[in-house]
Each structure stands twice: as C-alpha cells, then as structure tokens.
Write a protein that binds this ligand. Structure first.
Ligand SMILES: [Zn+2]
Length: 139
C-alpha cells in the first residue's frame, strides 16, 4: 500500500457516518467565495467587515454541515434548500432553452404556462393546453 492510498482510506474512515458535501454545502461555498471576492472591492468600512464576518460564518457552516453526524437534520435542511432552489434553477434553464430555440416562439399565458408556437406563421389563435384560455398571437 502506498502512502496516498492509506491517507485515502483514513479519510474514508473519518467521513464514515458523516453528512459529507451536499447541494446546500455547495451553495454555501459559492456564496462564501463570492463574499470573499467582494470584500476587497468594498474597501475598509463597516460593510466590508460585515461581509467578512458573514464569510467566516458561511465557512463555519460549511465545515459543520460536512462533518455533522446528524444526518436526519442535515438532509431535512438540504431538502428545504432544494425545494426553494429547484424551481429557480428550472426557470433559469427553461429560459435558456427558450432563448436557444429559434424555430419556435414562446408565449406566456396568464396562468403562467409557456405555450410553444412555430415562428413565421402569421397570426394564430393560441389555446392554452393547461387552462384553455384563447389568445391571438402574432408569430
Ligand atoms: Zn393558461
């Protein structure tokens, strides 16, 4: 056994039964890194000190969550975070996909549903598949 393999095994034994890295930890890490990059730009004042303190708190929370053995609580926190984050992520990726699609036009209905219609067909009457509302759309 080489040295690196033994270190890897020791780390695996240490992390056994611990929460490890999850989506909330990654989000906190990204937020902490953004804060760390922001602090030098703010200069030295109360806001900068507050951002630095918040960055330290985030670092502490990241290590606490990764090393925590209370899996039930950490998973509940992660699930709560994901239920907040997932709709925003889906909306972001949906908007990106709609922008990339040059063959269709996306019309948002009053119920919030995006209806896809082909481009360059002229005026058409669109019926929302979700709520049944009718709308005249120029494509
Ligand atoms: Zn609708």
């Amino acid at each position: 056994m080489n040295f690196l393999y033994r270190i890897r095994c020791a780390l695996a034994r240490f992390m056994y039964g611990r929460n490890g890295v999850d989506q909330l930890s990654w989000a906190l890490l990204i937020f902490e890194l953004a804060l760390s990059l922001l602090v030098p730009m703010l200069g030295i004042d109360a806001l900068s000190v507050a951002a630095q303190l918040l960055s330290y708190v985030c670092s502490f929370l990241i290590f606490f969550r990764i090393l925590s053995r209370n899996l039930v609580k950490r998973r509940a926190e992660n699930a709560k975070f994901l239920s907040w984050w997932q709709p925003k992520k889906n909306a972001l990726f949906g908007a990106k996909a709609r922008l990339a699609d040059k063959e269709h036009k996306y019309v948002k209905c009053s119920c919030g549903t995006y209806c896809r219609v082909p481009r360059n067909v002229g005026k058409i009457e669109l019926t929302c598949p979700k709520c049944g509302a009718k709308k005249i759309v120029k494509t």
